[in-house]
Ligand binder design. Structure first.
Ligand code: 76R
Length: 281
């Protein structure tokens, strides 16, 4: 069927790094007030200082990306999003939180393990050219065709870099949720031919592009890594943009027919010191 075939190239050295891209970990904690009450003020000060240092994305030895946020609602209080080529450097942050003086205070409530990828539905330059001819009726000798193709060729490496080793936008709101594509007998994504999945993802991408400048997304892959197939991380210029995009996408066929969603975490990005202050730790 449409199964991807394993690479035939000679096997590289065994490694915990990915051949391209980064590992990603989302962590959520709830403040345990009774554990907090048990700390004396010097332990608290020590714990706070250790955590502020640990969660400083600029400190020497910090993971490539480290983001702290304050979570709305009872699911969690503090959210961390960590990315790096080395999964154990990422896990080191989790262990250091646990081993710190605030380790008993920050009660883990949810985690999500994933890796970055360039989706199989991102068109190659050749596929993009074929799509222009097929969907927009463009002719290969049309200068506008060449211009569009060249522009895509220029954008593609940067877009792939952003998918694999993303920079985080400097926006205040972030949303995370895991999702699957349905395997229900009457709506099984994985039984659809590549051509129809690809057409649905193209519709999906077209609806997403309308949010450029308001929402930025990172789709991380988690088959084999966690209980859902993808993690969706969104950053919003403002909170309503998050609601707008998630609602709009409910009407994309890829979501309306096939998407299944896990819990949603909406949070507000803050440096660690401010986040701890907000949490009254
Ligand atoms: O990577 C790209 O930008 C290329 C086009 C694209 C792909 C391949 C794209 C665009 N997405 C892709 C893949 Mn997406 N995306 C989601 C969600 O809530 C929901 O209904 C769905 C959750 C959002 C909000 C979102 C946003 N996308 C995927 C995949 C992998 C599917 C697979 O491999 O089978 C999932 C699970 C997924 C889900 N997507 C975009 C967006 C936005 C905003 C865009 C436009 C990006 C842009 O501005 O270029």
């Amino acid at each position: 069927m449409n199964r991807p075939s394993p690479s035939q190239t000679p096997q590289p050295e065994p490694t915990t790094k990915l051949s391209e891209g980064w590992h990603c970990l989302h962590l959520y904690y709830r403040v345990d007030q009774s554990a907090l009450n048990r700390l004396c003020s010097s332990e608290l000060a020590e714990g706070r200082e250790a955590l502020v240092h640990l969660l400083d994305p600029e400190r020497p030895g910090a993971p490539a990306r480290l983001q702290t946020s304050v979570v709305s609602g009872h699911k969690a209080d503090l959210g961390l999003m960590i990315m790096d080529p080395d999964p154990l450097l990422i896990d080191g942050v989790r262990q250091a939180v646990r081993a710190s003086k605030l380790g008993t205070v920050l009660h883990p409530t949810y985690s999500f393990v994933s890796i970055t990828e360039v989706s199989e539905y991102v068109p190659t330059l050749e596929q993009y050219g074929a799509k222009l001819q097929r969907d927009e009726g463009m002719k290969v000798d049309d200068p506008a065709y060449t211009a569009k193709l060249n522009a895509y060729g220029q954008r593609l490496p940067m877009m792939n870099k952003q998918r694999l080793c993303p920079d985080f936008p400097n926006w205040p709101v972030t949303c995370f949720y895991p999702m699957n594509k349905s395997r229900h007998p009457s709506a099984n994504w994985f039984m659809e031919p590549f051509s129809s999945r690809s057409a649905m993802m193209s519709e999906h991408a077209t609806s997403g592009i309308k949010f450029a400048g308001r929402v930025s997304q990172l789709i991380t892959a988690s088959t084999g890594f966690d209980d859902w197939e993808w993690g969706v991380t969104l950053w919003g210029r403002n909170p309503e943009s998050i609601k707008d995009i998630v609602y709009t996408m409910r009407f994309d066929t890829a979501s309306a027919r096939y998407a299944e969603f896990g819990p949603f975490y909406i949070s507000y990005i803050k440096p660690a010191a401010e986040a701890l202050e907000h949490l009254q730790i």
